[in-house]
Design a protein around this ligand. Structure first.
Ligand code: GAZ
Length: 265
C-alpha cells in the first residue's frame, strides 16, 4: 500500500533522524525506505530533479509526489499511519505542542552558530545566546507542565522534533565545554535527559556526532572542505568507529586528515 515511500537523507542529519524517531514510535520503521546521500560528493542529477533543484534533505518520495521539510513530512507520516498518533489529538493540545515546535528554528540556529563560530571574541555572546534558548524552553515547560517530564504525558511530536538537536548539541559539550546540566534549568534538563535516553531515539551516539561534526566545529558546514584537508569528517569511509576522538581545542590548530583518522592509507 505505502510501498512507494522513500526518504533521501544524510544519515547523521538531525532533520532526518526526526523521521526515524517518529516511525520507530509508530512501529512503522519498515514502511519507509531510507536512501543514503553522501553529502561529501556532488549531488546526483536525478535527485536534484526530484527536489526541483533544492539540495536540503530530507525529502520524501510518495506515490503522489515529493515532500520537503522535516516538520511537514512528520505530520504527513503521523496522519498517514493514524492508528498510533504521535502528535496530540485535541485542538488545544495540538496548539500548545505547536508553540513549542515553533521554537525549534531559533534553538537550532543558536547551537549551530555556537559550534561553527571561529572568533574567540564572539564565544561568550554565542554561549549566552544558547543559554537564552534553553531558558526559553525551560520557561515554556514550566508554564505548560511544571511537574511532568515531557511536554505532555509521553514522548510526542515536540520531543521528536527536539531530540535530534539535543543530540547534535553534544558537539557543544565536547568542543565548547557547554554543560546544560550546569545551567540550573531543572525543567528543561529533565526533559532533555528523558529525550536523550528514550528507546525510540537511539539512532546516533555521542561519539559519532563528535567525530562527524569536527569540521562544523572548525567552521565548515554541510560537508565543505577546510583548507589543507582532502577528506570531510562527514565521509563514510573510513568509518567513524575506527577514528580517534578529535582534538577538543577548536580555537587552536586545526587537525589534519591523518590526525583525524581520515587518510585512507
Ligand atoms: N528545514 C529543513 C528540514 O527538513 O527541517 C532543513 C534541512 C537541512 O538543513 N538539511 C541539510 C542539508 O541537506 C542537512 S542538515 N544540507 C545540504 C544542502 O545541500 O543543503 C543546520 C543549520 C546550520 C548548519 C547546519 C545545519 C544542518 O546553520 O544540520 O541551521 C538550520 C544541516 C548554520
Amino acid at each position: 500500500m505505502h510501498s512507494e515511500l522513500v526518504v533521501y537523507h544524510i544519515p547523521v542529519c538531525p532533520f532526518s533522524q526526526r523521521l526515524e524517531i517518529l516511525l520507530e514510535l509508530k512501529g512503522k520503521r519498515d514502511t519507509v525506505r531510507f536512501s543514503v546521500v553522501d553529502i561529501t560528493r556532488p549531488r546526483d542529477p536525478a535527485l536534484l530533479e526530484l527536489s526541483r533543484g533544492s539540495t536540503a534533505l530530507p525529502i520524501m518520495k510518495t506515490a503522489q509526489g515529493v515532500l520537503k521539510e522535516s516538520l511537514v513530512i512528520l505530520r504527513y507520516l503521523d496522519e498517514l499511519f493514524r492508528e498510533t498518533p504521535v502528535a496530540r489529538a485535541a485542538p488545544y493540545e495540538r496548539a500548545v505542542e505547536s508553540m513549542l515546535i515553533a521554537m525549534e528554528g531559533d534553538f537550532t540556529g543558536a547551537g549551530y552558530r555556537f559550534v561553527m563560530n571561529q572568533d574567540r571574541d564572539r564565544r561568550s555572546a554565542c554561549c549566552e545566546a544558547m543559554i537564552a534558548q534553553y531558558r526559553r524552553l525551560n520557561d515554556f515547560l514550566e508554564w505548560q507542565n511544571p511537574t511532568g517530564t515531557y511536554l505532555f504525558d509521553r514522548f510526542g511530536l515536540a520531543e521528536t522534533v527536539f531530540t535530534p538537536l539535543f543530540m547534535r548539541f553534544w558537539f557543544l559539550d565536547y568542543y565548547e565545554d557547554f554543560d546544560v546540566a550546569a545551567l540550573g534549568l531543572e525543567r528543561v534538563a529533565r526533559w532533555r535527559d528523558a529525550c536523550l535516553t528514550h528507546p525510540a531515539a537511539q539512532q546516533v551516539s555521542k561519539e559519532e556526532i563528535v567525530k562527524l561534526y569536527y569540521d562544523y566545529a572548525m567552521g565548515a558546514g554541510n560537508g565543505a572542505l577546510l583548507p589543507g584537508r582532502k577528506i570531510s569528517s562527514f565521509t563514510f569511509e573510513p568509518r567513524w568507529q575506527g577514528r580517534p576522538w578529535p582534538p577538543r581545542a577548536k580555537y587552536g590548530l586545526a587537525a589534519t586528515d591523518s590526525e583525524l583518522g581520515l587518510a585512507s592509507s
